[in-house]
Design a protein around this ligand. Structure first.
Ligand code: ME8
Length: 655
């Protein structure tokens, strides 16, 4: 059995109030990997956590009227927060780090000082665009139309004092690491890093800020907070106890065996992080694997695009294991994948309900029906194996090695494909041997029938072991159904054909993966996943000011509706005859037919502006405008005419 340590990490997540299955993708993959390594006998440390500092969090907390710590606490530990999501997805992390944890904060201050003391961090000037009212520095690319992205006002060129990390010093060593080792995978990501970031010239990195406070203070220069990526990347060692006393595992687990990260943050992990470690004289992680994105509707799933898929909805409907399985079975880990509900349901129906589910339920049902629930002793032996026996046996006994090769290369999709080839072979074996025909003459065919069923149970057992990292709970149930106890669920037994005792006693149980009614579920999902419309949407208030004298020129009056008629050939317009207190009728046209029936308005007291120049609409004159309140509710436009107390006489001035 392979032994040794295995340290695997996911990125630490920004606290987001809308966690989606894109977030879960990396963590589920890392979980499958961690479980696989534990199965192989490794001493695994699987780390995940949250990245809780930075200006964005400070801003969001301010908007919510709470402190940044209250804000992150709510999203990390609150209901349906980060911890809840990992629980839902059955993530088996051994440790969870929050960058606001006291031990991490202290360790970051020490790490910063180490790099300062060895001359790799120095004080300089940060030049950027500054918004005075917001007291914020922005980079050119953060500006919106050249203006402050927060308040839309002009920005000015400005400088602030800041610390810099000598990233440029490590450019050569990092390039060598990327080009000449297997450090960064998939290999296709290497060129992108070297050509886009290193060859154009690596500049020193600004690693402190003074324009906001929600971060880890530089202890020898208060007023500066440590750049959030220095703080975040270091989590991989502080969580082991580096530069702190919280944990004592640094010597044992570092260097990490692999960091799983999304492709957009490969840059930080394959350039900045190795350079930081080089600066501190620490060993480098063995690998960084940059996985692809889960897209939805062709674009990266993300809260800002509003195209997120809620893992709670899917897990509730189809089960967590089916969801975990789907993500890793359907998309190659290194490339992007487009999530669709159809694909999810199709994968569940084909692989899980049809292929695996049917294999288990047919086999266990037949052992019940033909042998009363227990195969006779000796059914594991058959001295005249048929070509089909040999084929199935060979495929299943060699499966573990083929699977292992794929898992070691993080090729989850291929590993699962190997398993499903065996499952499909086993289903074909049922048809080839037609147990129902053999059962017609039990006296003559009983032993052969028992052996056929044994072969099926044995192939299922091996597949079940190798599927455990992907679908831990369902495989527990599967083992119980095929009668495989703990001793024959091990990694070593996955390479041994015949480990299941001949007198196997399977128990037909609940359907492991019920078939899904595609049409019905798609319709329901479409409803559930429709982007939530904000309840009430209001027109933003005008930034443009109007001087008082101009405003006073607008003449608002109370008007009483004497008559109201629809306008011929217009769906929108109503024609009002109004008493405006002058003694002469005033006619106003208003585009409100969608919201009001004319007869309901007769006798009401409304408000009109009466000194607008006359207009013609549909050939009719309109002298003024009725005032309404408008807003959107759940995406729908709403309008309410401003109605005032009927005691107000027609013509009363509003001011
Ligand atoms: O980047 N498909 O945090 P994060 C696949 N705090 N992966 C996705 C995804 C999608 N649609 N959306 C997000 C950060 N991810 C930093 C990391 S590590 C020292 C600091 C992945 O919450 C994303 O690629 O924005 C990243 O790997 C992870 O979720 C966390 O993203």
């Amino acid at each position: 059995m392979s032994t040794g340590k295995f340290y695997i990490t996911t990125p630490i997540y920004y606290p987001s109030d809308k966690l989606h299955i894109g977030h879960a993708y990396c963590t589920v993959a890392a979980d499958a990997m961690a479980r696989y390594k534990r199965l192989c006998g490794y001493d695994v440390l699987f780390l995940t956590g949250t990245d809780e500092h930075g200006q964005k969090i400070e801003d969001k907390a301010r908007e919510a009227g709470i402190t940044p710590k209250q804000f992150v606490d709510r999203i990390v530990t609150g209901e349906r927060g980060v911890l809840d999501l990992w629980k839902l997805m059955n993530i088996s992390n051994d440790r969870f780090i929050r960058t606001t944890d006291e031990y991490h904060v202290k360790a970051i201050q020490r790490i910063f000082r180490r790099m300062y003391d060895n001359g790799d961090i120095y004080k300089g000037k940060y030049v950027g665009k500054y918004c005075k009212p917001c007291e914020s520095f922005w980079t050119e690319s953060q500006l919106v139309d050249g203006k402050c992205p927060d308040c839309g006002r002009e920005v000015v060129d400005a400088e602030e004092e800041a610390y810099f990390f000598r990233l440029s010093k490590y450019a050569g060593r990092v390039q060598d690491l990327l080009e000449n080792t297997d450090f960064l995978q998939p290999r296709s990501r290497v060129n992108e890093m070297v050509n886009n970031f290193i060859k154009p010239g690596l500049e020193d990195l600004c690693v402190s800020r003074t324009s906001f406070t929600w971060g880890i203070p530089v202890d020898f220069d208060p007023g500066h907070v440590v750049y959030v990526w220095i703080d975040a990347l270091s989590n991989y060692i502080t969580a082991l106890g580096f530069d702190n006393d919280q944990y004592q595992d640094y010597e044992k687990y570092w260097p990490a065996d692999v960091h799983f990260v999304g492709k957009e943050i490969v840059r930080f992990h394959s350039i900045i992080w190795p350079a930081m470690l080089m600066s501190m004289g620490l060993p480098l992680p063995k690998k960084v694997y940059g996985h692809g994105w889960l897209n939805f509707g062709g674009e990266k799933m993300s809260k800002s695009r509003g195209n997120v898929v809620d893992p709670y909805i899917l897990a509730e409907k189809f089960g967590v294991d089916a969801l975990r399985f789907f993500m890793l079975r359907t998309f190659p880990f290194g490339s992007d994948g487009n999530f669709t509900n159809e694909l999810l349901i199709q994968t569940i129906n084909t692989d899980l309900a049809n292929d695996l589910g049917n294999l288990v339920s047919r086999t266990t049902a037949m052992v019940g029906k033909y042998f009363g629930g227990r195969l006779p002793a000796g059914s594991d032996k058959w001295d005249r194996p048929t070509a089909e026996d040999k084929d199935l046996t060979a495929m299943a006994s060699g499966l573990r090695d083929r699977y292992e090769a794929e898992m070691e290369a993080f090729q989850f999709q291929n590993a699962l494909e190997e398993i499903f080839k065996v499952i499909q072979r086993a289903n074909k074996y049922i048809d080839e041997n037609a147990p129902w025909t053999l059962a017609k003459d039990m006296a003559a065919n009983g032993p052969r029938l028992a052996h056929v069923l044994y072969e099926l149970l044995e192939a299922t057992r091996i597949c079940g072991i190798l599927l455990t990292p992907f679908m831990p709970e369902s495989m527990e149930k599967l083992f119980a159904q095929i009668g495989a106890d703990e001793t024959v669920r091990t990694w070593s037994s996955a390479a041994v054909w015949g480990a299941l005792p001949g007198e196997a006693a399977p128990v037909k149980g609940e359907n492991l993966f019920p078939r899904i009614d595609m049409e019905k579920e798609l319709a329901e999902l479409a409803k559930l996943q429709a982007p939530a419309e904000p309840d009430i949407e209001l027109e933003p208030q005008s930034q443009e000011q109007v001087d008082f004298d101009t405003f006073c020129k607008s003449d608002f009056r109370a008007v009483k509706v004497k008559d109201c008629q629809p306008v011929k050939k217009s769906e929108k317009l109503l024609c009002f005859t109004l008493d405006d207190g002058t003694g002469a009728d005033r006619q106003i046209l208003s585009g409100i037919a969608k919201w009001y029936k004319p007869q309901d308005l007769i006798g009401k007291t409304l408000v009109a502006i009466v000194n607008l120049p006359p207009r013609k609409m549909m050939g009719l004159a309109s002298n003024g405008m009725l005032i309404s309140a408008v807003h959107r509710e759940k995406g729908e436009e709403k309008l309410n005419l401003l109605m005032v107390d009927d005691a107000i006489p027609a013509g009363a001035k509003m001011c």
